[in-house]
Design a protein around this ligand. Structure first.
Ligand code: UDP
Ligand code: MN
Length: 369
């Protein structure tokens, strides 16, 4: 017996470097972190859009254009994408991790204008920063959507990695917010700031009982990631990066009901790049039979993994007194871009700012001479 235990002990020791024990995993990707940051920056629970989607969106009687009037008078009108709201549908908690870079505000405007069309939605914008951004708030607020702006930075330990787990600290902060605020009814969806959402997606996910899944376009080498559905049931997955994942799906490819999430109070997302979805779905104890295929049995693509080409913020060289530019529109314009991190102004470096007047190039000081 002792010999047998000794043998097993040695065997375990020899295998140790190749085996990845639960303990090592926990060290590398701890599910609970000390000092996890959840800063609530701004919140609004009032839906200022009510009149907008009740009247403007649904009462539009599509006035045909002149050519349509002549040729297509009897074409049926397209059906509205969103059914009218009666104010009692399950809330969608739409969690958007975002981070400061020059495209941030442009992405938020595009996404916000999509979400403006979606009734009964609470937008959780979770910024990957340690302080609250006023510029971001100014832009979120104007959509009139009920929202919460959070700040929760990626821990430095992960940020320095080549393959950093993007959007995890902030999604975890959103999960904590949902729990702290006792949100136990409704639907959770992770919608990145650069994706493209068909309005039909929202009416599909709203009825999620446990976990719903659907195809995401523009993912990987198949340009699609989707559940494989037979006879109305999810039986497998179509995704070009299996990577030993049990749930090989994209973050945008599933929604979870808050009733179901509440059954797993410790569920979370690990700081493990590429495995965030898989581990999150494991942590809520998902079973194949729990998955409801949406988007007409996963035959429609209602969300796209679009990516915005990123480039470095340029430096614009302005060597004259900048306050003088307030006499022109340029003062306000350049201040705005700087506050959004879109460009930098320097008096000694960068591309020299010039004006063009009647086809000839002039220094900016031209206006003040
Ligand atoms: N993100 C973040 N911090 C980062 C990088 C990305 O919060 O340092 C957010 C980003 O705004 C997006 C999500 O995490 O909503 C996924 O990041 P990204 O779009 O860069 O990755 P993708 O999944 O498209 O490769
Ligand atoms: Mn993205």
């Amino acid at each position: 017996m002792v010999a047998l235990l000794f043998f097993i002990g040695c065997f375990g020791f020899i295998l140790y470097p190749t085996l990845y024990s639960a303990e090592d995993y926990e060290k590398e990707y701890p599910l609970q972190l000390d000092n996890e940051v959840l800063r609530i920056c701004n919140e609004s629970n009032i839906d200022y859009r009510k009149s907008l989607y009740a009247s403007a969106l649904y009462d539009i009687t599509d006035e045909p254009s002149t050519t349509q009037r002549n040729h297509q008078q009897h074409q049926p009108q397209p059906a509205p994408q969103q059914p009218p709201s009666n104010g009692t549908e399950p809330m969608i908690y739409f969690v958007t991790p975002t981070y400061p870079r020059r495209e941030q505000i442009a992405e938020i405007i595009r996404l916000g204008q999509t979400l403006m069309h979606v009734p009964r939605l609470h937008w959780i914008v979770a910024d990957d920063t340690d302080s609250c951004s006023d510029t971001l708030n100014k832009h979120i607020r104007k959509f009139g959507i009920p929202y919460t702006q959070l700040a929760s930075p990626m821990p430095e330990l992960y940020r320095v990695r080549k393959n950093a787990p993007r959007g995890v600290a902030n999604r975890r902060a959103a999960l904590n917010w949902i729990r702290q605020n006792q949100k136990k009814t409704g639907v959770l969806y992770f919608g990145d700031d650069d994706n493209t959402f068909d309005l039909k997606l929202f009416s599909e996910i709203r009825t999620t009982r446990k976990v719903s899944m659907f195809p995401v376009g523009l993912i990987g080498d198949y340009a699609i990631s989707s559940p494989i559905v037979r006879n109305g049931r999810v039986e497998g997955f179509f995704d070009s990066w299996p990577a030993k994942r049990k749930w090989p799906v994209d973050m945008a490819g599933f929604a979870v009901s808050l009733e179901y999430l509440a059954l797993s109070p410790n569920a979370t997302m690990p700081f493990k790049a590429g495995y965030e979805e898989d581990e999150f779905l494991k942590s809520i104890g998902l079973k194949m039979g729990d998955i409801e295929p949406k988007a007409r049995n996963c035959t429609e693509i209602l969300v796209w993994h679009t990516q915005t080409k990123s480039s470095k913020s340029p430096t614009v060289r302005i060597s004259m007194d900048r306050q003088k530019l307030d006499k022109l529109n340029l003062g306000a314009l350049l201040r705005q871009l700087e506050s959004m991190g879109v460009n930098h102004i320097s008096d000694s470096a960068g591309t020299t700012a010039q004006a063009i007047v009647n086809g000839s190039v002039k220094p900016l000081s031209f206006w003040f001479s």
